[in-house]
Design a protein around this ligand. Structure first.
Ligand code: CP
Ligand code: NVA
Length: 310
């Protein structure tokens, strides 16, 4: 039975029920098919999505903007210098004002609390397009992509190699929510946030799956169905990039490492990739790599999320 998600915000995958997650996947598949066959699907005719970007973006911006357009609505882009937000106006007042104009807000920013505040003080759905803490839209897309390729999720193993960052956190939430096993290998001092690991462990216990936080990339990748990595220095950490290059040196996804995964493993990366750092071309461009299908699916999944919430 369909679950009514209208009016809700999407801030963290952990706030979603398993039924809501599967509803997003089902609508994503339907919308993907309709786009392919040219069947109209103007589910958000006349609606306006405000898109607030305090950080750069290729996939998130383009998928939301094209997505809302294809659904019959319009997207309005706000760059880092466009709004009064946090300059001469509080997040709360901005939320109250934007709620009088728009049908929904997608926001990419630094401080996760700003997204929570926007949803708390506004009265329209807020979609988290990445914060320093989480990247839920990307991980919903990743799980949808794995399901497309593997025809199942429960019981599969995803190995994430690298920084315990927003991607690691949302993967912890997402994989554990759908009953996938997740193993994360990161250098000490760069492990995922403890509270998020605890949330994932609670989900995993419920679903009968496993969460492992490891030091050794080889142990993490062992028999993995999916090998995932992300940049060593995220947006906002540019000044740490040189130091991180040294710290993460042994956490590169290369041909030797992926030999430990299952033969038919999928290589995934949220992109942008820093080729030669966290992943080498030989892996990123291998037949196991699904990075561009993954990128394309951002469009279909973002459309489903907007259609369900707005
Ligand atoms: N993966 C992702 O969110 O890409 P962008 O930073 O280009 O939006
Ligand atoms: N961890 C990366 C993800 C980019 C999609 C960042 O926050 O920059």
């Amino acid at each position: 039975m369909a679950v009514n998600m209208k009016g809700k915000s999407l801030i963290s995958i952990n706030d979603l029920t398993i039924e809501e997650v599967w509803q997003i996947f089902e609508l994503s598949a339907t919308l993907k098919m309709k786009r392919l066959t040219g069947e109209p699907h103007r589910l958000l005719e006349g609606k306006t999505l405000g898109m607030i970007f305090s950080k750069p973006s290729t996939r998130t911006r383009v998928s939301f903007e094209v997505g809302i357009y294809e659904l019959g609505g319009i997207g309005m882009y706000f760059g880092p210098n466009d709004l009064q937000l946090k300059k001469s106006e509080s997040v709360a007042d901005t939320a109250r004002v934007l709620s009088r104009f728009l049908s929904g807000i997608m926001i990419r920013t630094f401080d996760h609390q700003d997204v929570i505040d926007l949803a708390t003080y506004g009265s329209i759905p807020v979609i988290n397009g990445l914060t320093d803490l989480l990247h839920p839209c990307q991980v919903l897309t990743d799980l949808f992509t794995i399901y497309e390729k593997k025809k199942e999720l429960k019981g599969l193993k995803l190995a994430y190699i690298g920084d315990g960052n927003n991607m690691a956190h949302s993967l912890l939430h997402g994989c554990s929510k759908v009953g996938m096993n997740i193993a994360i290998a990161s250098p000490s001092g760069y492990k995922p946030v403890e509270q998020i690991v605890k949330n994932a462990e609670a989900n995993a216990t419920y679903m009968g799956s496993k969460v492992e936080i490891l030091d050794d990339p080889i142990a993490a990748v062992k028999d993995a169905d999916v090998v995932y990595t992300d940049v060593w220095a995220s947006m906002g950490q540019e000044t740490e990039a040189a130091e991180r290059k040294k710290i993460f040196r042994n956490f590169q996804v290369n041909s030797a490492l992926v030999k430990n995964a299952k033969e038919d493993y999928l290589f995934m990366h949220c992109l942008p990739a820093h080729r030669g750092d966290e992943v080498v071309n030989e892996v990123a461009d291998s037949p196991n790599s699904v990075i561009f299908d993954e990128a394309e699916n951002r469009l279909h999944v973002q459309k489903a999320i907007m259609a369900l919430l707005m």
